[in-house]
Write a protein that binds this ligand. Structure first.
Ligand SMILES: [Zn+2]
Length: 73
């Protein structure tokens, strides 16, 4: 049996153009995108609620960031 380790990329459907963001959406971050528009670090932030999907920060970012750093420590 053959193992297919190559990533299969689905062709675009019906002429819809999907804009591919090459760098992390977070403000002032220019790292390479790893997951859903964020770099690895900011993807963890997104999961922790530290950053919104569009790359902006919530109003209570400071509190959340402190909590996040406590968990990570
Ligand atoms: Zn980032």
């Amino acid at each position: 049996m053959e193992k297919d380790t190559a990533k299969k990329v689905a062709p675009p459907k019906g002429g819809k153009v999907v804009e591919i963001v090459q760098s992390c959406q977070a403000e002032s971050c220019k790292k390479k995108v790893e997951k859903i528009g964020f770099c690895n670090e900011h993807f963890l932030w997104f999961k922790a609620g530290l950053i919104k999907k569009d790359g902006t920060y919530p109003k209570d970012f400071d509190k959340k960031y402190i909590q996040y750093m406590r968990k990570a420590a």
